[in-house]
Design a protein around this ligand. Structure first.
Ligand code: GCB
Length: 598
């Protein structure tokens, strides 16, 4: 990982803070050869030999800290947030660098206040400069990052430049091969965050394990004067507590409330919470619940729950491109709710923060995931550090969302000793950061060479997860739908069994008989047969069929059918529902009724 000029800071809960949006149209320069950094032979010089152009033409080439800026004023613009692929046809397949620039003025509400620039995400790599000075480099396309700019910022005409590069890297997380579109750009909100000199950088509040009315909380202060009184109030619960932060700025709380109502999907109670530390104040809404397993059951607040789920990619099929806004989250989670879901899998990387926030409000439980996908460099220490950083940043962002019940560390990673060690260290990390949720990964199924209908789940990594979750595609990649009826399972682990994917491709509007691939009827048949087959598995505790909507994938070129989309959506790329949507809706409806009657 390249050295960064300044270090990243954690600022969680940005939507509850005093911020100024830097969203809007940013000027851009598309730079496929990274000329901004590396082209020395054709840079413009004046007569004395002084460099007069280029964005980052300081020397030596590999040690860029400062920036000499081009004048971007006449360059085209792109919307931020937004991926560049869906905004400009010329950039549809583009993988490389784009330089973004915006200008802003600053008016702080107090002279000693601090300022930070916050990015919800930039895929995949971002080099950030303010007024020509490098703030840092961030790696990883789906997690937030922020830099302090208090000392660099001017009152007027600040220039914020970001080089975003979405090249794929073998050692990256994810690596070069994925079944989704490599959207590049400043894909989420960009905000200026103003805080007092000492501020609340993060907090964590949750139901204490094994209790129904005790809340544990910790608050982290950042600043020169950290030993300050910290208060937490939950007015509706008649709770107010005060603790002095220690020298490291940490304040820890534990209190009980007789009027605590737990969060559940049937009744997603959220409580207003007010936190103050020094001069800083945050207000948020939080739910309290427990999520545990017992034998082969998943227990929400001690009650057995079946997860009626669906998997979702972070794409808005109606607009095209990456989803990022609250409106996008409403569209996607609204469809999931219509389907009868009480659970979603946000595949295959951290989605934007609006998703978990809205899920909290809507009573939809959530599986969140890091992009450790297929094959990663299992023995590369930097790759592991990268994956851990992404996991840390995701947990730091969403640890107060009651809806999030599973941290998933990987998807379909081929079994090897090095890989199991790598994943085990991610699981340990997740548990150390947050012991209050389930940890899992989407594993693979093995066939039996002597019996085509016998499916085996014995991945050694299953030892370390709370759920035994796996993806299976019987009826699609494995035989025809009829095969589904004959499947029998050997599952090594006595844990709740969760099917993290099954499904089949169908082009919306293509009708044929149920044995014709890519017809709506074929897909519907796979759904009709799969759920009864899964019901026979002891400990079957839920599933997230693949997937809510068709999504863009460069691996899906089949002309006239795929045309660049993975067609396993229950909803087409035109936003229309396929027959399988109704099939699953009915199956989930029956399931919900049966569960309610128990
Ligand atoms: C999988 C992967 C998912 C793919 C899906 C498919 O197993 O986890 O990312 O998109 O199969 O459609 O093949």
């Amino acid at each position: 990982m390249a050295a960064s000029a300044r270090s990243e800071v954690v600022i969680a809960d940005v939507f509850a803070r005093q911020t100024t949006s830097l969203n809007g149209k940013w000027h851009v320069i598309v730079d496929p050869y990274d000329t901004g950094y590396f082209d020395y032979r054709h840079v413009p010089y004046d007569e004395s030999g002084k460099v007069t152009g280029g964005f980052a033409l300081d020397k030596p080439a590999k040690d860029k800290t400062d920036l000499v800026e081009y004048n971007f004023d006449t360059s085209p613009t792109l919307k931020v947030p937004g991926d560049w692929n869906s905004q400009d046809e010329k950039l549809f397949y583009y993988e490389g660098s784009v330089w973004y620039r915006t200008k802003f003025d600053v008016k702080k509400s107090a002279p000693d206040h601090r300022l930070f620039v916050y990015f919800g995400a930039a895929n995949y790599e971002a080099d950030v400069y303010l007024n020509g000075k490098k703030l840092g480099k961030h790696i990883g396309g789906f997690t937030p990052f922020a830099y302090e700019i208090t000392k660099l910022v001017k009152a007027k005409n600040n220039s914020l430049v970001v080089r975003v590069n979405n090249n794929r890297h073998v050692e990256g997380v994810p690596t070069v091969n994925t079944d989704w579109w490599n959207y590049g750009g400043l894909t989420r909100d960009v905000l200026l965050v103003e805080t007092p000199a000492t501020f609340i950088s993060n907090f964590k509040v949750q139901l204490k394990a094994g209790t129904t009315n005790t809340i544990e909380a910790s608050v982290q202060l950042d600043g020169a004067d950290k030993e300050q009184p910290v208060k937490i109030a939950l007015p509706k619960l008649q709770v107010a507590a005060e603790v002095k932060a220690d020298a490291g700025g940490l304040a820890q709380f534990e209190f009980s409330s007789a009027s605590l109502k737990l969060w559940s999907s049937a009744s997603p109670t959220l409580n207003d919470i007010e936190i103050s530390g020094g001069e800083d104040q945050l207000k948020d809404r939080v739910g309290f619940r427990s999520i545990t397993t017992s034998g082969q059951d998943i227990l929400l607040n001690g009650q057995k729950v079946f997860l009626r789920g669906v998997a979702i990619h972070e794409e808005n099929p109606l607009r095209g491109g990456r989803a990022w806004s609250e409106a996008d989250a409403k569209l996607l989670l609204g469809w999931a709710k219509q389907l009868g879901c009480n659970f979603v899998r946000l595949a295959h990387y951290p989605h934007n923060e609006h998703m978990a926030r809205l899920a909290d409000e809507m009573g939809i439980m959530v599986w969140e995931e890091t992009p450790v996908y297929w094959t990663i460099q299992w023995t590369n220490a930097d790759t592991l550090a990268n994956a851990k950083k992404q996991l840390n940043d995701l947990i730091a962002r969403d640890q107060n969302r009651a809806s999030v019940i599973v941290w998933s560390v990987a998807n379909e990673t081929p079994v090897s000793e090095a890989r199991t060690k790598f994943l085990k260290s991610l699981v340990d990390e997740a548990r150390a950061l947050d012991g209050t949720r389930l940890v899992s990964a989407a594993m693979e199924v093995r066939g039996d060479p002597n019996d085509a209908n016998h499916k085996i789940v014995d991945d050694p990594f299953g030892e370390f997860t709370d759920l035994c979750s796996f993806n299976e595609y019987v009826g699609w990649y494995d035989g025809l739908p009829e095969k589904i009826d004959h499947i029998h399972w050997s599952i090594k682990y006595q844990k709740p069994v969760f099917i993290s994917e099954f499904g089949a491709g169908a082009k919306q509007g293509f009708h044929a008989d149920a044995t014709t691939r890519f017809s709506e009827e074929f897909q519907a048949d796979v759904y009709k047969r799969t759920l009864p087959m899964l019901e026979k598995i002891p400990g079957f505790s839920g599933c997230t069929p693949w997937i809510l909507c068709d999504f863009r994938s460069p691996k899906r070129p089949l002309p006239g059918i795929q045309d660049g989309y993975n067609r396993k959506g229950l909803i087409g790329s035109n936003g229309r529902k396929k027959a399988a949507f109704t099939v699953l809706q009915n199956l989930y409806g029956d399931k919900a009724k049966a569960d309610a009657a128990k």
